[in-house]
Design a protein around this ligand. Structure first.
Ligand code: GDP
Length: 217
């Protein structure tokens, strides 16, 4: 099921992913508006997902940190994009979580404005990782974000999270249904990656996929 991508299914790709994510990763800035975005042309990747999807856990697991990324999805809190620099080779943008059921309308509007501007106006953004909770599959708010990504022509990599929480047969079914829906989105990268931050599953594949976008060593 995992990583049918032939470009990643080799030791060199895995090794370059491992190497990149062993580099020092440091917090740069929490941007609340376009003017705050770091002025760099470094290759950038973004992480997006519904609140509680496991985004902070995944960023921490990928970068071998305990609490680099923290959940900041409390409704009403300022929406910000947190930037992390990885070894001077890649910028990681952690987008604010969305889809919180009780979020005030103003918070939703702030999210859409900030993320919309960011997706449209960041040429160095090479890929967005769109995280989907393996237990719940694709929700309506995820569809809205996929449509934003399609329209902004930002190529996105869908990633299933918390795969340890469901049985293998259920995961198999979920993987297929998510994959089928991804096929309807022009900006979707064709290979879905199933992960568990808790168990470390899929991390090597995702690291390899992202390292393939960074400048070579
Ligand atoms: P965020 O709001 O998207 O940043 O989500 P968090 O990373 O804070 O995770 C939300 C909750 O899901 C926390 O209680 C995590 O411990 C839990 N969680 C995250 N990833 C995993 C995973 O891979 N497996 C399991 N079992 N729990 C996870």
């Amino acid at each position: 099921m995992q990583a049918a991508d032939p470009d990643l299914d080799n030791e060199a790709a895995i090794e370059s992913g491992r190497w990149l994510f062993e580099q020092t990763c440091t917090f740069v800035i929490g941007a609340v508006k376009m003017d705050d975005l770091p002025g760099t042309d470094m290759t950038e990747i973004a992480f997006a997902g519904r609140s509680n999807v496991g985004k902070s856990s995944l960023i921490n697991a990928l970068t071998n940190h305990k609490d680099l990324a923290r959940t900041s999805n409390t409704p009403g809190r300022t929406q910000q994009v947190n930037f992390f620099e990885l070894g001077g080779r890649m910028m990681i943008a952690d987008l604010p979580g969305y889809g919180y059921a009780r979020a005030p309308r103003e918070t939703v509007r702030q999210w859409t404005d900030l993320v919309g501007d960011y997706l449209q106006g960041r040429p160095q953004l090479r890929r967005a990782c769109l995280l989907i909770d393996a237990r719940h599959g694709i929700k309506e708010t995820d569809r809205e974000v996929m449509t934003m990504l399609d329209k902004a022509a930002v190529s996105f990599q869908a990633v299933l999270t918390k795969c340890d929480k469901i049985k293998a047969a259920e995961l198999e079914k979920r993987f297929k249904s998510v994959n089928d829906e991804l096929a309807t989105h022009v900006a979707a990268h064709p290979y879905l990656i199933a992960t568990s931050s808790a168990r470390g599953t899929g991390l090597e594949t995702l690291r390899a996929a992202l390292a393939a976008l960074a400048p070579s060593r």
